[in-house]
Design a protein around this ligand. Structure first.
Ligand SMILES: CC(C)(COP(=O)(O)OP(=O)(O)OC[C@H]1O[C@@H](n2cnc3c(N)ncnc32)[C@H](O)[C@@H]1OP(=O)(O)O)[C@@H](O)C(=O)NCCC(=O)NCCS
Length: 197
């Protein structure tokens, strides 16, 4: 069995987070939706503070909803595999043009079913919040993310134009209860277990 942990980023992971940022730059891909890591690369403490602020209604920026940022860590060697950002609620605009979840795996650890395991792992968070169903969006051209999302049992509702960049995006939903049933099957087949701490 392989165990993965979803935890809140801490000071201990500073070196690994910066290493990952470099991995993305070398790979030429975008480091986005990480609670502004790109902006605060030179100030890790500030990034941690931003994550903390985003979790509470009193401190989140007025036009944002509350969100939790997790990093995914492999238990056997404490290697950081990367992150998942989870919005705990949606407003009217996010319901049409946004999402609950954004996730990413570091380039050197892809195609090992870690994204799949991570997407399943956060279902426990929404179950505890009594959220019935959750929303994820994906650029239509991002075929590997779409595959991951579909593998986890998410259902395509529609495709819309993203007003910020005119890209075609796909909107997927999953009922948390259905996702958890799929998760059990995934665990039986892969032996990968994900737990929120
Ligand atoms: C999309 C992403 C998260 C997938 O991460 P991953 O850990 O490699 O995904 P998984 O290993 O769980 O793969 C899920 C499925 O997609 C397939 N897959 C994923 N990437 C693939 C690739 N580049 N080539 C071939 N197959 C791929 C896997 O084989 C697997 O299918 P299978 O179960 O039928 O074998 C990762 O490529 C990434 O971080 N991309 C950049 C950020 C991003 O696009 N985030 C999503 C925003 S919507």
């Amino acid at each position: 069995m392989e165990s993965l942990k979803l935890i809140k980023p801490t000071k201990d992971f500073e070196n690994q987070v910066l290493e990952i940022a470099q991995e993305f730059f070398d790979d030429g891909t975008v480091l986005n939706w990480t609670s502004w890591l790109k902006r605060y690369l030179n100030d890790y403490e500030w990034w941690l503070e931003n994550i903390e602020n985003n979790e509470k209604k009193e401190t989140v920026e007025t036009w944002h909803v509350i969100a939790k940022q997790f990093i995914l860590v492999r238990e056997s060697d404490d290697r950081l595999l990367w992150f998942i950002n989870t919005r705990l609620e949606l407003n009217d605009w996010l319901l049409m043009h946004g999402w609950h979840i954004w996730y990413s795996i570091r380039p050197s650890e892809r195609k090992k079913h870690y994204a799949t395991a991570q997407l399943f792992g956060v279902l426990d968070l929404y179950k505890d919040l009594w959220t019935e169903k959750i929303l994820l969006t994906c650029n239509k051209t991002n075929i590997w993310s779409a595959k991951t999302i579909q593998n986890c049992g998410w259902i395509l509702e529609n495709e819309i134009i993203d007003p910020s960049d005119w890209e075609l995006i796909q909107r997927y939903w999953i009922y948390v209860e259905d996702g958890i049933k799929k998760w059990k099957k995934f665990f039986e087949n892969s032996g990968i277990n994900t737990k929120i701490f």
